[in-house]
Design a protein around this ligand. Structure first.
Ligand SMILES: [Zn+2]
Length: 181
C-alpha cells in the first residue's frame, strides 16, 4: 500500500510476514519505504510513521519534499503522455502483425519496461516515454511476441527478430536507461 505523507511524499508500505517491527529504507528512486508486520493496518502504519519522523529524518538520506513533489509531477506528465501514446502504438503493431491481446495496462514499476501475462494483458511502463522511439517499439514488439511464446526461447527471439531485426542492439541500448521515474 502507499501512504501519502505531507513530509515524505508517497511512502511505500510493504507488509512482511517475517518482520516483527517497523523498518525504514529508501528505494533507488529516493522514495521512502516502510516494512511492517503482516497485519498492520493503514491507520497503524501512519501512526508508526508519525512516531518515527525524527528517526527517519536523521537516519535516511531522504530527500527534500520538493524533489519528491517534482518527481510526482513528472510521473503525472509521463502518465498522461503514455496514455495518449502507448495503447495506440501497441494496437498499431498488434494489427500490423496479427496479434490479439486482451488488455493493456500502464505501469510505473521501477524494474521492468513491460510484461505480458498468461491472460494476455500487456503492461507497458510509462518510463518508455523517456526513451527513443525505436527502443519503445522494441519493448512493444517484445511483449507482443510473448503472446505466442511465454518464455525467452530461441523461437521467441526469432519472432522478435522478424519484426525488429536490430533487436539485439535495441535491447543493449535499453539497458542504459532505467524504467524508474
Ligand atoms: Zn520478455
Amino acid at each position: 500500500m502507499i501512504i501519502k505523507d505531507k513530509e515524505f511524499g508517497e511512502v511505500v508500505v510493504r507488509r512482511n510476514a517475517l518482520s516483527s517491527g517497523v523498518r525504514f529504507s529508501v528505494s533507488t528512486s529516493g522514495r521512502l519505504q516502510m516494512s511492517v508486520p503482516k497485519y498492520t493496518s493503514e491507520f497503524l502504519a501512519k501512526r508508526f510513521l508519525n512516531q518515527s519522523r525524527e528517526v527517519v529524518r536523521e537516519k535516511l538520506p531522504v530527500k527534500d519534499p520538493a524533489s519528491q513533489r517534482a518527481r510526482d509531477a513528472k510521473k503525472k506528465i509521463l502518465m498522461k503522455k503514455a496514455k495518449e501514446y502507448l495503447p495506440y502504438r501497441l494496437e498499431y503493431y498488434a494489427k500490423l502483425y496479427g496479434y490479439k491481446y486482451d488488455r493493456v495496462r500502464l505501469s510505473h514499476a521501477n524494474t521492468r519496461w513491460g510484461s505480458c501475462s498468461s491472460n494476455r494483458t500487456i503492461s507497458l511502463n510509462i518510463g518508455l516515454m523517456q526513451v527513443p522511439e525505436v527502443l519503445r517499439d522494441y519493448v512493444i514488439l517484445h511483449e507482443l511476441a510473448h503472446l505466442n511464446h511465454m518464455d525467452h526461447s530461441s523461437a521467441f527471439w526469432r519472432e522478435v527478430g522478424a519484426h525488429d531485426p536490430r533487436y539485439k542492439e535495441h535491447r543493449k541500448k535499453l539497458n542504459q536507461f532505467s524504467p524508474g521515474v
